[in-house]
Structures are given as C-alpha cells and as structure tokens.
Design a protein around this ligand. Sequence first.
Ligand SMILES: [Zn+2]
Length: 87
Amino acid sequence: MASKPILCMHCNGEMQLYTGPRYNRKVAGFLILGGLFATLFWIGAVLGIPLILIGLYMMGSKRDLWVCKDCSSAIERIKLNPETIGK
Ligand SMILES: [Zn+2]
C-alpha cells in the first residue's frame, strides 16, 4: 500500500508525501512571545501561560500532505476512524 503512488486529480501527475507544519510558525511564535510578555506581569500569567501552551502546541503540530510533482496542488492526508464511516 505504501509503495502505490497517488495520482493527481488535476493532471494525473504523481503525488509525493510532504510533512509540514500544521500551523503558521509566525503565528505560533507570536503567541509564545505574547504569552512570555504577559507572564512578566504576574496578573498576565493567567493569560500568558495558556498562550505559551497554545503556541508550543501549534509549533509541534504537523500534518501530512500529498503534493503533486507537476502542478503543485496538494491534498491533506487524514486518518479516518473506520467506526465513524457510515454513521
Ligand atoms: Zn497535478
């Protein structure tokens, strides 16, 4: 199954697996910086710590994409739970 290529819907080109960040790195970095800044003031820690945690989660979250070698269109690879199909 793993060696079977996926063909592009648009141009029938071969698609390649690409693993990249799920969220924008700049947004995640901004949240962490904003959280750190808020935590400098003790009242801000209530807001700052969740912001840092969200930012770290966004930094670490990855997604699998299939990208066409020819036309660069991409589809996301999603793992479906078999139990949720057909309900
Ligand atoms: Zn294509």
